[in-house]
Design a protein. Structure first.
Length: 333
């Protein structure tokens, strides 16, 4: 099992750099920075992280085909890779539809847009001229000059991970991804996902073992399990409020509860949320608890096919302490 950390750049970049450095020191192999237009810009953040660290792989987790064209994505991640001495990784997903409304974006044909963007970015990272006539991506002799390894000496063979949840996107990830980043925290999510990833991999003549299956979890750890659950519940509530019917059904949450949670969020009633979201419910949408409980849950995820555990928001009531506790867990694997 590999370990990664997801950080949301909604805090000053230098703070994100301090968390990343602490994570690197504790044995995390990956840091993933989310991409939402209302937060700090992802590639500027990654550049600072590249300079602040030596070993940890640094990734956009995840960008999308709509707010940036494939050439901008390729040139941005290649720049980060050069600064980081070859440690960059790239996540591409269909993007957060809720934020697209504010930007006047429709997010059309997400499957084609993600597949073609990943394909075009891979081509551009060779430093050769790329012409592409897809349904979502069109390029004519586009070329990222400095991506040619003969020019800079940096290998731009940057692994591409697909951010996916829906069955078709998971299948696409199996066909084209070096890895897949799945927003999920329960073994059932990964048992279901494995079937789709496998299907996509088989169609493309690949083996699922070639694909790094990353659980992008809602993670909350603390010596005091009650505090860990209390920190996880508001995040789990947001996940439930935005969950598809299929996901709710898989985890036994009714539409009535979903609506009750959405109503409490709308009112800003976070105390109410902590009672509506029971511990049992939190267990379906988060990895929460003290060290032993979280360790046991991570082991269950490994059994369900997860090859990278990405510890995501909130991490716990105290981020620095959580990074140390997860570092202790890394030593157990
Ligand atoms: N979103 C962000 O905006 N920023 C982030 O930093 C971010 C991180 C992240 C990390 C992990 C992860 O798993 C997701 C993450 N996301 C992030 C969310 C991500 O961008 C997606 O919103 C989320 O993963 C949901 O995507 P999905 O895989 O469920 O795909 C959607 C589009 C979907 O509906 N998929 C369906 C499926 O079965 O997979 C297929 C839809 C389909 O068939 N579409 C047709 C087509 O041709 O593409 C068109 C249908 C029509 O009616 O137009």
């Amino acid at each position: 099992m590999k370990f990664g950390i997801e950080l949301v750049p909604n805090e000053p970049v230098f703070k994100i750099a301090a968390y990343t450095k602490a994570a690197e020191e504790r044995g995390f192999e990956y840091v993933w920075i989310t991409d939402h237009y209302n937060n700090r810009e992802v590639y500027s953040t990654l550049s600072v992280l590249a300079l602040a660290t030596n070993k940890i792989k640094i990734g956009a987790g995840v960008t999308n085909p709509y707010t940036r064209s494939p050439v901008v994505t390729a040139s941005s991640i290649a720049s980060v890779n050069e600064i980081a001495g070859g440690r960059a990784v790239l996540g591409i997903g269909p993007g957060d539809k809720m934020t697209f409304e504010a930007l006047g974006l429709a997010g059309e044909k997400p499957l084609a847009a993600v597949r073609e963007t990943a394909d075009a970015v891979r081509g551009l990272l060779t430093g050769k001229k790329v012409s592409y006539d897809g349904s979502a991506v069109k390029l004519k002799n586009a070329k990222i000059d400095f991506a040619d390894p003969k020019k800079t000496g940096t290998d731009m063979n940057i692994p591409i991970y697909i951010g996916a949840q829906g069955p078709k996107m998971l299948e696409a990830a199996g066909a084209i991804g070096d890895g897949v980043l799945i927003n999920g925290s329960h073994p059932d999510d990964f048992k279901t996902a494995a079937v789709q990833i496998q299907k996509g991999a088989e169609t493309a003549g690949r083996n699922i073992r070639e694909i790094d299956v990353a659980a992008y979890t809602c993670f909350s750890i603390d010596d005091d399990p009650e505090k860990a659950y209390a920190a996880a519940k508001p995040v789990a509530a947001f996940i439930i409020a935005g969950a598809s019917d299929v996901l709710l059904e898989r985890h036994g949450v009714s539409q009535e509860i979903k609506e009750e949670i959405a109503g409490a969020i709308l009112k800003g009633d976070f105390i109410g949320l902590n009672t509506i979201v029971t511990d049992k419910m939190a267990d379906r949408f988060a990895v929460a608890g003290d060290f032993d409980e979280c360790l046991a849950k991570v082991k269950e995820l490994e059994k369900a096919g997860v090859t990278q555990l990405v510890a995501g928001s909130p991490l716990g009531p105290n981020k620095e302490k959580s990074i140390k506790l997860i570092g202790k867990m890394i030593l157990e694997f």
